[in-house]
Design a protein around this ligand. Structure first.
Ligand SMILES: NC(=O)C1=CN([C@@H]2O[C@H](COP(=O)(O)OP(=O)(O)OC[C@H]3O[C@@H](n4cnc5c(N)ncnc54)[C@H](OP(=O)(O)O)[C@@H]3O)[C@@H](O)[C@H]2O)C=CC1
Ligand SMILES: CC(=O)N[C@@H](CCC(=O)OP(=O)(O)O)C(=O)O
Length: 345
C-alpha cells in the first residue's frame, strides 16, 4: 500500500494547476498541503475556484522554498522557464518533482534555448528527468525523482503514431500531424487573441512556421523510429474550452491489418482506448477524463494511414498525465484519482 504523500502545487491559480488540485483531492494517497500563487497568496483557494468550496480548505501561499518544505512531491504547473529555477534545490532537499511545463522535456539544452528563448539554468538535470508518458516510460517513471510531463499536442500525436512507427509500417519522413486545440491550452493569463470576440465562431492555424512542440514530438518519434523523422506539424485553435483533436497521416510502406495492430499495441493500457473500425472520436468523448481515444483508418484502402487521436488537454494532456505518473512513482494503482469517466455530454 502506497504511503500518504504530502503534495505541493506550484501554479495553483492556472488551468493546469487547478485541474491537478481537482484530481488530487480525491486521491487516497495524496494530501495537498501547499498551493501557490504569487498574486493571490493569503486568499482562499476556493475563492478562485468555487467548485472547490467545501473540498479544499487552504489559502494560496507564495511559491517559496519555506512553503514547500513539508512536501514529499512538488508539482509545477507554471509557464516554461519557471520550474528550472527551483527544481535543483527541491531535489537536493530530497523531494520528488513532477513538472507539467516544458523545462525538462527536451534532451538538448541548446535546442531548448532555441525554442524557449532563454538559456537553461540547470542543464545538468535534463538527463535525470524522465519523459512522463507512461505508455512509453512506465518503468523509468516509477523510479524517477524528476518527471517531465509531455506537452498536450505531443501526447495526442505520439500516442497516435506510436503503433505505426514501432511496427515500421510508415515511411518515417512522410508524417503529418494536423492538430486542433481548445482555448484553455493557452492558459489563464490575459492575451488579446484569446478574447471571446477574437476567437469565438472562428478557426485558425497558428505556429505553422514552427511550434515549440515540434522538436519535442520529433525527439520522441525519433526515439521510436531509431532515426530522425520528417514531421509536418500544424496546430489550430478552435473555439472550444477543452480538447485536442489530432488527425495524423503517414504513408504506408506495406499492407497490414491496422485495426489489429492498434488494438494489440494498446491492449492493457488503462488510458488509451482504441475505438472500433470506422469510428471518429470527438473531443467531448474525453472531456474531463484521462483517456486518449484513438481510431485508425485507411481511406479508400489506399496507402495512407489516417489516425484520429483525441484527449482533454488539461487531463491526459497535463494534470491527469501528471497524476498517472505520480501513481507510478508511489506504487499506487495507476488509475487512482483518474478512474472517473469524462463529463457527459
Ligand atoms: N493549459 C494546458 O492545456 C496545458 C498546460 N501545460 C503546461 O502547464 C503549465 C501551466 O499551464 P497553464 O495552467 O495553462 O498556465 P496558466 O497561465 O493558466 O497558469 C500558470 C500558473 O503559474 C503561476 N506562475 C506564473 N509564473 C510563475 C512563476 N515564475 N513562479 C511561480 N508561479 C508562477 C501562475 O500563478 P500566479 O501568477 O498567481 O503565481 C499560474 O497559477 C505550462 O507550462 C503549460 O505549458 C501542459 C499541457 C497542457
Ligand atoms: C492555444 C494554445 O496556445 N495552446 C498552447 C498549447 C501548449 C500547451 O499548453 O502545452 P505546453 O505549454 O505544455 O507545452 C500552445 O500552442 O502553445
Amino acid at each position: 500500500m502506497a504511503q500518504l504523500q504530502r503534495i505541493g502545487i506550484v501554479g495553483g491559480t492556472g488551468y493546469a494547476g487547478a485541474e491537478l488540485l481537482r484530481l488530487l483531492v480525491s486521491h487516497p494517497q495524496a494530501k495537498v498541503v501547499a498551493v501557490t500563487s504569487r498574486g493571490d497568496a493569503g486568499t482562499p483557494v476556493a475563492d478562485a475556484y468555487p467548485q472547490l468550496r467545501g473540498v479544499v480548505d487552504l489559502d494560496f501561499v507564495a511559491p517559496d522554498a519555506d512553503n514547500l518544505a513539508d512536501c514529499d512531491v512538488v508539482f509545477f504547473a507554471t509557464p516554461h522557464a519557471a520550474a528550472m529555477h527551483d527544481v535543483p534545490a527541491l531535489l537536493e532537499a530530497g523531494k520528488r518533482v513532477i513538472d507539467l511545463s516544458a523545462d525538462f522535456r527536451l534532451r538538448d539544452a541548446s535546442l531548448w534555448a532555441q525554442w524557449y528563448g532563454t538559456d537553461h539554468v540547470c542543464p545538468e538535470l535534463i538527463e535525470r528527468a524522465v519523459y512522463g508518458l507512461p505508455e512509453l516510460n512506465r518503468d523509468r517513471i516509477a523510479g524517477a525523482d524528476l518527471v517531465a510531463c509531455p506537452g498536450c499536442y505531443p501526447t495526442a500525436v505520439i500516442l497516435g503514431f506510436k503503433p505505426l512507427i514501432d511496427a515500421g509500417l510508415v515511411d518515417k519522413d512522410s508524417l503529418i500531424a494536423d492538430a486542433k486545440t481548445g482555448v484553455s491550452g493557452a492558459g489563464k493569463s490575459l492575451k488579446p487573441g484569446f478574447l471571446f470576440a477574437e476567437m469565438h465562431d472562428s478557426f485558425k492555424a497558428y505556429g505553422v512556421a514552427g511550434h515549440r512542440h515540434l522538436p519535442e514530438i520529433r525527439q520522441i518519434l525519433g526515439d521510436l523510429a531509431k532515426d530522425d523523422v520528417g514531421l509536418t506539424f500544424v496546430p489550430h485553435l478552435v473555439p472550444m474550452i477543452r480538447g485536442i483533436h489530432a488527425t495524423l497521416y503517414g504513408r504506408l510502406n506495406t499492407q497490414a491489418d491496422l485495426q489489429t495492430l492498434f488494438e494489440t499495441s494498446y491492449a492493457g493500457e488503462p488510458f488509451v482506448d482504441v475505438l472500433p473500425a470506422g469510428a471518429t472520436p470527438e473531443t467531448r468523448h474525453v472531456r474531463g477524463g484521462n483517456m486518449c481515444r484513438i481510431a485508425v483508418h485507411r481511406p479508400g484502402g489506399g496507402d495512407t494511414a489516417v489516425v484520429l487521436s483525441v484527449i482533454d488537454n488539461l487531463v491526459k494532456g497535463a494534470a491527469g498525465q501528471a497524476v498517472q505518473c505520480f501513481n507510478l512513482m508511489i506504487d499506487a494503482p495507476e488509475n487512482s484519482a483518474l478512474a472517473a469517466p469524462g463529463a457527459l455530454p
